[in-house]
Structures are given as structure tokens and as C-alpha cells.
Design a protein around this ligand. Structure first.
Ligand SMILES: [Zn+2]
Length: 302
């Protein structure tokens, strides 16, 4: 698996999405900008990778906090135009915190304005390659992927990772259709010829077949038992929050979980656990998974 030299993946962790920099000759294009708390690091990485070239455009696969949190800072620093999926435009224009899953999940982003939108079927010429924007509903109903047929490269955002995909938020939020949309997106990916997937998180990978098999198996398991999606969702949300905060007194956890509406909403909808039981479950399971440590009454991000 190798990428043409005009495509560079600035691989980040889980709090910030990967940043994909495509060299267009005279200028560069960036796909996704990471989480707001990492904006300074994103700018530094970008400065280095641009090597003196201007950044003409920033494109988002979707508008979750870990993909668009750095948009405002990048735009300020680089004066680039910003293109977002057309389906995200109303929420971004109005900065609808609820639709953008910001306060509702305890996440944040700096407000930005976009210059234009992209829709499924749109074609773009980037880095000497022709890319097609493809619908990627499921994790985010408005998300796009970008596919270069000739080079057989898929920029998948959170629709397909090497080992799964992004949380199926519609189902977690009680909006049916998320499973079917996820399935349709995975099936659409199955029909593509792919040599390399550049995911929103994790390293680029070559074996799309294996990743799809993993993703379909996971989707089947969630559909069979939605509580599984709920438990996974709560753990992902809490470890994301802990990556933002770094540490928190264990005694603070009840107030913390109460202040962020998505925890109680998911618990009410799927699990109906007493609050203390839910807390205990989350802390124990995240410790077992190595995502959290408990030390002297403090929860620490691992
Ligand atoms: Zn996402």
C-alpha cells in the first residue's frame, strides 16, 4: 500500500482526525482540520508540511468536532476557502450547537464560515487526480467520502476505519435509519476498486475487504443488540472527553455525566441502568480496555 507523493497523511490520534494534505502544484488542499484543542498543533504540522506553499482550500468529510474543530484557526492562519458537505451547511451556517453535537456531547469547536459546499456526485481535481464525492451516511447522515478511481484511493472519513467505523449517532440519538444508512455506505464502498483507504482516524491501509468484513460484522452485532452500540457509544464519548480533559477527580464524574445530556439520553433509551451502576460500568470497562486509569481518586486518560 503506497500513496502518490502529492498526498500526505498527517496522522493524528483519536481526539483529532487525520489531516490529509494534497499538493496541487501551486497550492495545497487540506481535508479535515482536527479538534479545536489541537488547533495550534494542527497549524504547526500544516506549516511544516506546506513547506512554503499556500493552502488554497480546506474540505471537510463531515462536520463533527474532531474533523472541523480547527477550521477557524486554519482559515485565519492560511486564508483558505472552506468547503463542507452540502447537508451540513444549514447547521454550520446557523452554528446549531445541538445538530453539530457540541454541547450535547460535551465537545466544542470554534465557529467558522464556509465558502462553498460539495454534494454526492461532485467531481474535483486535486493533486492531479480526479476525485468523486460520494455520499457516506450512517455515522453522520451528511458525510462525504472522496474516491480517486484511477489511483483507487478512498478518503473514507469516519465511514470506514481499518477496524470499524464512527459511532452510528442517528441510532444513538433515537433517529431511525442509521443502521440502514451505514449498511448502504459499506455496500457502496464494497463496489469500489480500492488499493488504499485513507481513514479519518488511524493509518492508511490497503486491505479494504478485511476492513469491510469487520465493519459489516460490527454493524450486524449492533443491529441484533442495540444495547451493544449504546455501551460502546457511552465509552467512546467518555474516553473522548477524558482525552480533552486529561484528568478528573473520580468524585466529579457524577456531576460531569449529568451535565452532558447525551449520557443520560443513551442510558434512558437503551440501558436503563441506575446512574451509579452506569458510572461503575464505564470506569471499569474503560480501565479494562486501557483507555482510563484510576489513581489516588483521579481518573486519568491513558
Ligand atoms: Zn465523525
Amino acid at each position: 500500500m503506497s500513496l502518490p507523493p502529492q498526498i500526505r497523511v498527517l496522522e493524528r490520534g483519536w481526539l483529532s482526525s487525520n489531516n490529509i494534505l494534497i499538493d496541487d502544484g501551486d497550492a495545497c488542499v487540506l481535508i479535515d482540520s482536527g479538534y479545536v484543542a489541537h488547533a495550534a498543533q494542527t497549524l504547526a504540522l500544516l506549516q511544516h508540511a506546506l513547506a512554503g506553499k499556500p493552502l488554497a482550500r480546506l474540505i471537510n468529510t463531515h462536520c463533527h468536532s474532531d474533523h472541523m474543530g480547527g477550521n477557524a484557526a486554519v482559515q485565519r492562519a492560511r486564508g483558505c476557502r472552506i468547503s463542507i458537505p452540502a447537508g451540513e451547511a444549514p447547521a454550520i451556517a446557523a452554528w446549531a450547537e445541538a445538530d453539530l453535537l457540541l454541547g450535547y456531547t460535551g465537545q466544542s469547536a470554534e465557529r467558522f464560515s464556509y465558502d462553498d459546499t460539495l454534494a454526492p456526485g461532485d467531481r474535483l481535481r486535486l493533486g492531479g487526480l480526479e476525485w468523486e464525492a460520494l455520499a457516506a451516511p450512517g455515522h453522520d447522515m451528511n458525510a462525504l467520502m472522496f474516491y480517486a478511481r484511477e489511483a483507487r484511493i478512498l478518503i473514507s472519513g469516519d465511514a470506514l476505519w481499518e477496524n470499524g467505523f464512527g459511532l452510528i449517532f442517528p441510532e444513538l440519538l433515537g433517529q431511525p435509519g442509521g443502521y440502514a444508512a451505514t449498511r448502504a455506505t459499506l455496500e457502496a464502498i464494497s463496489r469500489l476498486e480500492i488499493a488504499t483507504v485513507i481513514p479519518g482516524h488511524g493509518a492508511p491501509f490497503g486491505d479494504a475487504r478485511r476492513a469491510l468484513a469487520t465493519a459489516f460484522a460490527r454493524l450486524d452485532a449492533y443491529e441484533r443488540d442495540p444495547a451493544k452500540l449504546a455501551r460502546h457509544g457511552l465509552k467512546v464519548m467518555l474516553s473522548f472527553s477524558m482525552m480533552i480533559q486529561g484528568k478528573m477527580p473520580l468524585a466529579e464524574l457524577p456531576r460531569f455525566l449529568e451535565a452532558i445530556p447525551i449520557y443520560a439520553a443513551i442510558n434512558r433509551r437503551f440501558l436503563r441502568l441506575p446512574e451509579d451502576e452506569l458510572r461503575e460500568y464505564l470506569v471499569q470497562d474503560l480501565q479494562r480496555a486501557g483507555a482510563l486509569r484510576l489513581e489516588d481518586g483521579w481518573l486519568l486518560a491513558a
